[in-house]
Design a protein around this ligand. Structure first.
Ligand SMILES: CCCC(=O)SCCNC(=O)CCNC(=O)[C@H](O)C(C)(C)COP(=O)(O)OP(=O)(O)OC[C@H]1O[C@@H](n2cnc3c(N)ncnc32)[C@H](O)[C@@H]1OP(=O)(O)O
Length: 297
């Protein structure tokens, strides 16, 4: 009995480690402590998290005086909020949005300037890829609510969510080319997965503004929201509801399978699907649903 419990604990710990493992660590020349020290020197703005009792969390990119540009200290806060969400067992959904009805103008140009050496740039790139990959792997169904503009790094952040919802008049734009750079927070790889390599090449090489109708056509947005600016967050929550309805364990297991499928080879995915299936099959929620389904009419 004790051995079975130990095996179960180890299995869950391994599954958690795989899900939340860092893409870059010291073996890739990444020193997280040094990175954090450096990023902390570029301050301004905040990343605010509000976890709802309904299992839906709201993550706000908050730096309105700079159109929600992401400073070094906000990169640190984003990592802390993602850690918090990784440990939130009741969570089912996440909405990422920008303060004052605009998503994010990208990296804070003041921070970008302070980190403009190749060494610092790579350090920031690895830090943000680690964080956004962990955000994408969260066992929560995530939505980026794009109001106003999502530019540069802001466009990259919205690709790390499972879904994107754009409000009328909003715009996603990979402006990197204008800064003579390419995406480095994982946005190019994710864009290719989302829209295919041909469209990604067009969008990155033209730095074209992507308006909601175009985004819908190429599959970059999942819907266009029509409510007034101050009602959009509510509309996004309503949009998310059908996908997060029901027990948290079930929603989380579904998201884990999809997250794993995005990243692993198909055979690995099948094995992973089997492992995750084993965590929900026979659970109290499953048995309750089963007995409900079998009740005679
Ligand atoms: C590191 C990853 C790659 C990157 O993300 S590099 C950064 C890419 N982003 C950009 O180049 C966006 C630059 N900003 C803009 O194009 C425009 O400001 C934007 C967002 C279209 C808004 O235009 P407007 O509505 O006309 O407002 P505005 O220009 O007067 O801006 C208001 C204040 O916000 C500031 N701001 C906007 N984006 C910023 C940024 N990314 N970093 C730092 N500060 C930024 C802007 O300088 C202005 O400040 P101030 O009021 O003049 O003191």
């Amino acid at each position: 009995m004790a051995l079975t419990i130990l095996k179960c604990v180890l299995k869950n710990a391994t599954a958690r480690r795989c899900l939340y493992r860092r893409l870059y660590n010291s073996s890739h020349g990444f020193n997280e402590t040094e990175a954090k020290k450096k990023l902390a020197q570029c301050s301004g703005g905040s990343i605010n998290l509000c976890k709802g009792e309904n299992g839906i969390a709201e993550l706000c990119i908050n730096h309105p005086s700079r159109k929600n540009a992401i400073s070094g200290s906000m990169m640190l806060e984003l990592e802390e909020r993602v850690s918090d969400l990784e440990n939130w067992k009741e969570g089912k959904g996440l909405i990422v949005y920008g303060a004052e009805h605009t998503f994010c103008s990208g990296g804070d140009l003041h921070s970008v300037k302070a980190l403009s050496s190749p060494k610092d740039g790579l350090m920031m790139c690895m830090f943000m890829q680690n964080t956004l990959t962990r955000l994408q792997r969260l066992p929560l169904i995530s939505v980026a609510l794009v109001q106003g503009k999502a530019l540069g790094g802001g466009a990259e952040v919205c690709t790390a969510c499972d879904f994107r919802l754009m409000t009328e008049g909003s715009e996603i734009r990979f402006v990197h080319k204008h800064m003579a750079i390419v995406p480095g927070w994982g946005g190019a790889s994710r864009l290719i997965q989302l829209v295919g390599s041909r469209q990604a090449l067009k969008l990155l090489s033209s730095a074209l503004g992507i308006h909601p109708e175009y985004a819908l056509r190429i599959g970059l947005t999942d819907d266009i929201l029509s409510s007034a600016a101050d009602r959009a967050l509510e509309e996004a929550k309503t949009w998310l509801t059908p996908y997060t309805k029901g027990p948290a364990d079930t929603t989380r297991a579904i998201k884990k399978i999809v997250a794993s499928g995005r990243e692993h080879l198909f055979e690995d995915t099948l094995r992973k699907e089997k492992d995750i299936f084993g965590t929900v099959w026979g659970s109290p929620a499953h048995l309750q649903a089963l007995s409900k389904a079998m009740k005679p009419n």
